[in-house]
Design a protein around this ligand. Structure first.
Ligand code: CA
Length: 227
């Protein structure tokens, strides 16, 4: 069965180029050139992956990504014209899985598409074991990990909840800081890092591999494919 990729991109030549390369790698591709048509098209085509341009007529990529996350976990690769945009978008936590900056080589895009589809498959097949991996007990601030109780501080608990709730998704330190404390106090990047360090230490008593991975220059992600 061929995987279906939805290309949401208003530059028609670019969209066609991507489609050609995807076809050559045995993917089925559909194009949408108008932001206003994106959501309906996603619901109709039910793609296995979405390539989503940031700047689109009538509805921008950020809005589309937020809206589609309300009904699907499909991998989304954002296409942006500026590297600086990526930082800003990460901070908004719109739920994209990867980012590619223009101009890009179509080969690179196809490679990233393959990587995301592989990852999505892993997440799906490990859905059941994932649930067994970490269970969060909100009343006691205890994480039950592989049947073992891990007592966490409220901050560690919230970090774990946020990271493990969206596996493979990259969170900036800024977005992790939000909602960490009830009193909304200002915390620094180093505060986050030290909480992460403590949390890792506790998780390390149950797992050999690192579940919380550092993403250089950005923040952290939860990689549940680890075992
Ligand atoms: Ca555009």
């Amino acid at each position: 069965m061929s995987k279906t990729i939805l290309i949401i991109e208003d530059e028609k030549k670019l969209a066609q180029l991507l489609e050609d390369y995807l076809n050559a790698s045995n993917y089925v591709a559909h194009q949408v050139h108008d932001g206003a048509l994106a959501i309906n098209s996603i619901k109709e085509k039910q793609p296995d992956l979405i390539l989503l341009d940031l700047m689109l007529p009538n509805k921008d990529g950020i809005t589309i990504c937020k809206e589609l996350r309300e009904f699907t976990n499909v991998p989304v690769i954002m296409l942006t014209a500026k590297v600086e945009e990526i930082d800003r978008i990460l901070g908004l936590e719109i739920g994209a899985d990867d980012y590619i900056c223009k101009p890009f080589s179509p080969r690179e895009v196809v490679a990233r598409v393959k990587a995301q589809l592989r990852r999505a498959e892993l997440v799906n097949t490990q859905e059941i074991s994932k649930d067994e991996l970490v269970t969060l007990d909100h009343d006691r601030f205890v994480a039950v990990v592989r049947g073992q109780d891990l007592t966490l501080t409220p901050v560690e608990f919230r970090l774990l909840e946020k990271l493990s709730g969206s596996p493979s998704r990259v969170f900036s330190r800024a977005s992790l800081m939000d909602n960490l404390y009830d009193d909304h106090r200002i915390v620094t990047d180093r505060t986050i890092d030290s909480h992460i360090k403590n949390l890792r230490k506790k998780l390390a008593t149950c797992f050999e591999s690192e579940l919380i991975q550092s993403v250089y220059g950005v923040g952290y992600k939860w990689e549940q494919t680890a075992n």
